[in-house]
Design a protein around this ligand. Structure first.
Ligand SMILES: [Zn+2]
Length: 428
């Protein structure tokens, strides 16, 4: 069933698809909590065959099999332990409350996780919230880095441990949905269902997804994960809303170019023609394979150099980026890189999918004293440096994702080849 569907663009049904990146056998779930090393190295694997739609600029994995992916139970991709992320989430919630007068309203969140953002949004305006998430079975965990209670938290939130079903938003004044669409084989269907409900309530919607330009322009290869069927560009996100009969009010890139959000209201006619991607987007797609080759050899050489010099390595960030970095470079826990640090206390003691590293808390680095800490997300560099100082760790930080350019390998949009083959990552 999916194989047939995936021959056309998931957003605009276009058939002009350009191969972009092929990676066989990657761990299917990066954020599953794995208590034992044996289960971590034996996780289920799936293939990535990333293609780009020339009509709307959408990127998607046409080899995606939804039967391999399940989010129930011990799945954790919460980001709210980071102060940097907390500030972003709080600023977003404040902006939405003011712009849409979300005071005393009914708010529905699709894919609410443990409800952190929904509580924030409802608390700021005294609204009532209902969240849907199949993985939400435990209450939120208090953490020292989480913002202290300032009267902005609300208890008037109900979380339903189930997937969102059409019609569930029919009494909502506002619908939010963050980092969900990219996981779905048919994201337009969800948008269409929300659009039909908002038609009745005259409400608005906020959807946030990872920004495809993070992968294409900033060359964050480690953000290509099996869990994400889709990588939205501005043009494909606008096209998705238009296909669903929603009228987009605003689209913006946020969080250092890592996220892309759109706000919309009901009202446009469905099935509008695709919004074409920019020439820069086409150029990034065309040069992607060559830049991926250079990126991988850069990191293979760098890690080989560290190994030659006897440098003690640790990696900071057990999220998707860290898991994919370790897996694509095949860095294992026996001699290359024994520990991965994460500030999410739920992950401490668990293991990295595929490569098996033990996940430790920042305080554990005091004993190990690494020489170099590889940092997966530049947005967290400041708080990581502070944490290292706090625990008397004198390691140097090596950023895995420099902003905007990498090793001089950025595409020149005016000088891109018209057509290339896909980047192909093969295991040694
Ligand atoms: Zn398309």
């Amino acid at each position: 069933m999916p194989a047939a569907q995936n021959r056309t663009c998931l957003i605009c049904a276009g058939t002009d698809l350009l191969p972009v990146l092929a990676i066989p056998g990657v761990p299917v779930l990066c954020n599953r909590l794995l208590a034992h090393r044996e289960e971590a190295v034996a996780v289920a694997r799936g293939d990535i065959d990333l293609v780009a739609c020339r009509s709307c600029g959408h990127l998607f994995n046409r080899a995606f099999d939804p039967a391999l992916v399940g989010y129930e139970g011990s799945y954790d991709n919460a980001l709210h332990f980071s102060g940097r992320y907390q500030r972003y989430a709080t600023a977003t919630a404040r902006r939405l409350v003011n712009r849409y007068d979300l005071r005393g309203r009914r708010i529905v969140e699709i894919g609410c996780g443990r409800g952190d953002f929904l509580r924030l949004l409802c608390g700021l305006g005294g609204s009532r919230g209902v969240g849907y998430d199949p993985s939400a079975q435990e209450p939120p965990l208090a953490h020292p880095l989480a913002q202290p209670s300032t009267g902005t938290e609300s208890d008037d939130v109900t979380i339903i441990g189930d997937i969102y079903r059409a019609g569930a938003t029919q009494d909502a004044d506002f619908v939010c949905c963050r980092h969900v669409l990219e996981h779905l084989l048919d994201p337009v269907a969800v948008l269409r269902a929300v659009g039909e409900d908002l038609e009745r309530t005259k409400g608005a919607a906020f959807f946030e997804v990872p920004d495809a330009s993070l992968v294409l322009d900033q060359l964050s290869l480690w953000d290509v994960i099996y869990e994400h069927v889709s990588y939205f560009s501005g043009s494909s996100l606008v096209t998705a809303f238009a296909q669903a009969g929603l009228s987009v009010r605003d689209v913006q890139s946020a969080f250092g170019g890592q996220f892309l959000w759109a706000e919309a209201v009901a009202g446009a006619g469905a099935n509008a023609s695709p919004t074409p991607p920019s020439p820069a987007h086409h150029a990034s797609v065309a040069s992607f394979a060559e830049r991926v080759d250079r990126l991988l050899s850069h990191w293979r050489n760098r890690i080989a150099g560290y190994r030659r010099d006897g440098v003690r390595l640790a990696l900071w960030g057990a999220g998707s980026k860290g898991v994919m970095f370790l897996n694509l470079l095949q860095l294992n826990d026996t001699n290359d890189l024994p520990y991965v640090v994460d500030i999410n206390p739920r992950k401490a003691g668990c293991h990295i999918a595929g490569t098996g590293q033990r996940i430790v808390a920042p305080s554990d680095l005091r004993r190990y004293q690494p020489d170099v800490v590889l940092v997966m997300n530049p947005e967290y560099r400041g708080e990581i440096a502070r944490s290292l100082r706090e625990h008397q760790v004198r390691a140097r930080i090596d950023l895995v994702l420099p902003r905007r350019s990498h090793d001089g390998a950025d595409a020149d949009p005016g000088d891109a080849p018209g057509n290339t083959s896909a980047a192909r990552i093969a295991w040694a």
